[in-house]
Design a protein around this ligand. Structure first.
Ligand code: S6P
Ligand code: ZN
Length: 189
C-alpha cells in the first residue's frame, strides 16, 4: 500500500495566507448576479472590479478518506447596503459536514436546507468554530471593516454544487441599516 506522506502547512492568522497553498480569487464580476441592487453593482463595475474574496487550499487528493482544508479571506466592502459574501454552495455529496474556524474579523454564516425551507445564520468571530451539518448550503458574509479570515475543514471528496445557489440564491440576506448589521428575508427568494 502506498502511504500518503504527512505534511504541514502554515497559516498566518493575520493575513490568512496558507503556505504552501493554491489560491483562487473571486472578483465582484464573478458574483454580481447575487446582489440585490443591480444598478449599484453596475455602477461599481463601471469604475472598478474589486477583489471580494480569496481561498487558499492545502493540496490534498480529492479522494475519500482525505480531509481538505483551506483559508478564506473575505475583504470588507458592500454593494449599496449589502455586505460582501462568498458565492455559497451545497456539497455535491450532501452527506458531508464542514467546520469553519474564524481567525479574524466579524461575519455571518448563512446556512439553508436544500429546499430553503430551513435557514439559520450564525455569528462568526475570532475563536468561533461553526459546524455546518450535512445537507446545509453555506455562504459567509463579512460584516466588519477588516478582512474576515476563517479556516475550513471538509471531506476532500465532498465536491461543490454552485449551480443550485446560482439559480436560487439564499433565503436570507445580510445588510447594513443605520449602522447596524441586520439579517432580512431575501425579497427575490
Ligand atoms: C469548501 C468550503 C470553503 C468555501 C470558501 C469559498 O467546502 O465551504 O472553503 O469554498 O469559503 O466559498 P465558495 O462558496 O465560493 O466556495
Ligand atoms: Zn463547503
Amino acid at each position: 500500500m502506498k502511504l500518503f506522506r504527512p505534511f504541514n502547512v502554515v497559516v498566518d492568522f493575520e493575513t490568512g495566507n496558507l503556505t504552501p497553498g493554491k489560491k483562487i480569487t473571486r472578483y465582484l464580476s464573478d458574483i454580481q448576479h447575487f446582489f440585490l441592487d443591480k444598478e449599484k453593482v453596475k455602477a461599481v463595475l463601471a469604475k472598478e472590479n474589486p477583489l471580494v474574496y480569496e481561498v487558499i487550499y492545502a493540496e490534498v487528493p480529492e479522494e475519500p478518506g482525505h480531509l481538505a482544508h483551506c483559508t478564506t479571506i473575505i475583504y470588507p466592502g458592500k454593494v449599496g447596503n449589502e455586505f460582501f459574501f462568498t458565492k455559497g454552495h451545497l456539497h455535491e455529496k450532501l452527506e458531508t459536514a464542514e467546520i469553519y474556524f474564524t481567525l479574524k474579523g466579524q461575519g455571518r454564516l448563512i446556512m439553508a436546507s436544500p429546499d430553503g425551507e430551513e435557514c439559520e445564520v450564525l455569528e462568526m468571530f475570532p475563536g468561533s468554530a461553526s459546524y455546518i451539518p450535512p445537507s446545509w448550503s453555506h455562504r459567509s458574509v463579512n460584516v466588519g471593516g477588516e478582512p474576515l479570515i476563517f479556516y475550513c475543514i471538509f471531506f476532500a471528496d465532498a465536491g461543490h454544487d454552485y449551480a443550485t445557489i446560482d439559480k436560487t440564491g439564499f433565503p436570507k440576506v445580510v445588510l447594513e441599516r443605520n449602522g447596524e448589521v441586520v439579517v432580512e428575508n431575501n425579497p427575490n427568494w
